[in-house]
Design a protein around this ligand. Structure first.
Ligand SMILES: [Zn+2]
Length: 253
């Protein structure tokens, strides 16, 4: 059985016996992979930093055909995103990205666009952009990489052109034309500024999205629209979002 050299971001780790970890890694080459790494805990504390959540790593693993858990023999951190770990809001957003990826990624099913979205968003989160903004950018690119982008250029239900002020339906997956608006009454109005902001992010390279200007109102509305959209289409409560709301309530972020 040949060893497979891969690159990945650690989604989760848990302890297994005295000196081993189980790592869940989102790899560029194979999608989500779960593997045990042995002999790395207490006697070798200098390696501890290599197994931190959301570190980007170089790994060597052996696929175990008869087991859901593979064997990882090497894991070396390439990028640690240190500024993210020093700021509670940025850290919570990074955990949120990891939670969304873990929910959406399938074992042994590579999605390079999704992988790039995660790594580039973590890099942006480690830079000067506001954590909130990176959060919105990640959500839009994440949906795009899964083929779930909200339809903003044409009607989500029939593909007809849409006008300014068209309602947005979470259920149908985007803006609705006049005809479809009558069939799907769940649509709600969103401002042209929010539609434009989301459209621009959908169409820009992720690394360039930090240049797109946005007002506070548009930022807030975009957050609300995406929250409803993700809740409907991903349908899994995110612990990190609940935590972020707690931090906001007590005024920490
Ligand atoms: Zn329509």
């Amino acid at each position: 059985m040949p060893a497979l050299g891969v690159e990945g971001v650690i989604l989760r780790k848990f302890y297994l016996r005295e000196t081993s970890y189980i790592l869940v890694v989102f790899t560029k080459e194979f999608g989500k992979v779960k593997g045990v790494i042995k002999g790395v805990r207490k006697p070798y504390p200098q390696f501890a930093g290599n197994f931190e959540i959301f570190a980007r790593c170089q790994l060597l693993f052996y696929r175990k055909k008869r087991s859901a858990i593979d064997l990882i023999t090497q894991c070396e951190a390439l990028e640690f995103f240190l500024p993210v770990r020093k700021d509670i809001e940025r850290l919570t957003y990074a955990n949120y990205f990891i939670e969304l990826i873990e929910t959406a990624a399938t074992p042994y099913d590579a999605n390079e666009a999704l992988y790039r979205t995660l790594v580039e968003s973590l890099r942006m989160l480690a830079g000067p952009s506001s954590a909130k903004r990176v959060g919105r950018i990640f959500e839009i690119k994440f949906l795009g990489a899964l083929g779930l982008s909200p339809s903003l250029d044409k009607c989500a239900a029939c593909g007809a052109p849409v006008e300014e002020g068209s309602p947005f339906s979470v259920k149908s997956g985007g803006l609705l034309c006049r005809g479809c608006e009558r069939r799907d009454r769940s649509g709600f109005r969103i401002s042209p500024g929010t539609v434009n902001f989301m459209r621009k992010i959908q169409k820009s390279e992720l690394a360039r999205t930090s240049l797109i200007k946005v007002t506070r109102e548009v930022g807030k509305e975009t957050e609300e629209v995406l929250k409803r959209f993700l809740r409907y289409h991903i349908n899994r409560p995110m612990k990190s979002l609940a935590f972020l709301e707690q931090l906001r309530r007590v005024g920490i972020v």
